[in-house]
Design a protein around this ligand. Structure first.
Ligand SMILES: Cc1cc2nc3c(=O)[nH]c(=O)nc-3n(C[C@H](O)[C@H](O)[C@H](O)COP(=O)(O)OP(=O)(O)OC[C@H]3O[C@@H](n4cnc5c(N)ncnc54)[C@H](O)[C@@H]3O)c2cc1C
Length: 392
């Protein structure tokens, strides 16, 4: 067991830190206020070859792994970006790239992965549906074979980044739930090239993270060729499971890295802000919550790195699932606690947008809900690790 970063990993962390300093809190403040996509940041990530860290070189990546992605994202978030960098990479790159890498045929990998890793094409994932919610197996978007094509109809909700994406990984049913031998069978994934007039997106106003928009999606007679099928027909649920652990890990890195930025920023403020004739950080009521939050963030980061290393080493998937859920739960709780205490340390200024901490607090709340809710990670731990009965 070696807790030191390799020389290459240190270089990745340094490069990510440099980018984070160029795209610091003021940059994200402006993007959030103007609700505009952080394209300059995304291009800088592509140029520094961060987008393709986990993709093999033959498809335009750097041939490293999720561990290096975690290291880069942690620095991007903790050194200036807050929660944003992890989300931007997760949505624009990872959803699509991992699905295509794991389950695409050679032609699909050659067509899409170099475009994604070079930042020329962004991806989106269309999974959630209004009437299914957390019960994903209840989705009803249906792909019907028609000659050499499939014709797809249905509705999706909360699909992030889809209006600007070049490709949508769409989760459908190709056999209804009733007609499938098991509920987890009969789902299929499609790679949908965008824009397409049959896919109508309308933006959902939301609590934060407005520099990347989230949409309701109406899919009306969308015709895709049979070659757009990703992986095996009817095995979509098992394919999508492969991307769930990396998603959990990356999403929690945003909470942990963003939490660290909040705590370090609040600690600096606590040294500078003088009330009752002394810096407010002198008071243990201010100092201890920040110290405790920092300790919890570091523990969660260890769990995240462990999950990423196990994933990269292809350790048995149960172990990766266990630690990914634990790390997601612990990381998000630590991030929420950290931004809460950071905001409190700022007093009234914590409520003012110019100090950024209120934005980080708002942003981290999303991690409680997506890509999996905190309750569902607890369901996993209770059921699959502690062996208690399934509650649903
Ligand atoms: C800003 C944003 C961006 C998103 N981006 C995407 C995206 O790009 N692509 C995509 O496909 N989806 C996306 N999502 C969807 C997200 O993954 C879902 O919102 C999430 O999975 C929860 O589903 P739901 O909202 O339908 O909640 P529901 O299923 O309605 O659940 C409501 C509450 O009940 C709880 N609950 C339900 N069942 C149980 C149970 N058995 N035990 C305990 N608690 C339970 C849930 O944990 C939750 O707290 C996004 C969501 C948001 C808010």
């Amino acid at each position: 067991m070696d807790f030191n970063y390799t020389k290459e990993q240190k270089m990745i962390a340094d490069s990510a830190r440099d980018i984070a300093k160029k795209f610091g809190p003021e940059y994200w403040y402006e993007k959030e206020e103007n609700q505009s996509y952080p394209i300059e940041f995304y291009e800088a990530l592509a140029k520094a070859e961060i987008l393709g860290l986990g993709i093999p070189e033959e498809y335009g990546g750097s041939g490293m792994g999720l561990t290096e992605m975690v290291i880069a994202m942690d620095e991007l978030c903790a050194s200036g970006g807050g929660v944003a960098p992890a989300l931007i990479i997760l949505i624009g790159t990872t959803f699509g790239a991992i699905s295509i890498l794991k389950h695409g045929n050679e032609e699909q990998k050659k067509k899409y992965l170099p475009l994604i890793t070079s930042g020329k094409m962004r991806t989106a994932l269309g999974l959630t549906e209004p009437d299914a919610g957390t019960n994903t197996l209840d989705i009803s978007t249906f792909a019907e074979p028609d000659g050499d094509d499939y014709v797809i109809n249905g509705n999706k909700i909360f699909i992030t980044g889809v209006a600007d994406a070049g490709v949508l990984i769409l989760v459908t049913r190709t056999t209804s739930r009733q007609d499938s031998a098991k509920p987890s069978q009969g789902l299929s994934l499609f790679i949908v090239d965008l824009p397409n007039d049959a896919v109508k997106a309308s933006s959902i106003p939301k609590h934060g993270i407005n520099y990347i928009k989230t949409y309701d999606l109406g899919i009306d007679n969308l015709r895709v060729p049979k070659e757009a099928l990703l992986g095996e027909l009817g095995k979509g649920w098992y394919h999508i499971l492969d991307t769930l652990n990396p998603e959990r890990i990356i999403c929690a890195v945003g909470a942990v890295g963003g939490g660290r930025l909040a705590v370090t920023t609040a600690s600096k403020y606590a040294n500078e802000r003088v009330v009752f004739g002394k810096p407010i950080g002198t008071n243990q009521g201010v100092q201890f919550p920040l110290a405790e939050a920092y300790a919890k963030l570091e523990c969660a980061k260890l769990a995240l790195l462990k999950a990423a290393v196990l994933y990269d080493n292809n350790e048995n998937s149960k172990l990766v699932g266990d630690i990914s859920n634990i790390a997601k739960f612990a990381g998000v709780e630590a991030g929420i606690e950290a931004t809460y205490h950071a905001m409190q340390a700022f007093g009234g200024s914590g409520y003012a947008k110019e100090y950024h901490v209120e934005r980080w607090f708002r942003e981290v709340q999303l991690m409680r809900l997506a890509p999996i809710t905190q309750q569902m990670t607890l369901n996993y731990i209770g059921e699959h690790i502690l062996g208690m009965p399934k509650s649903y």
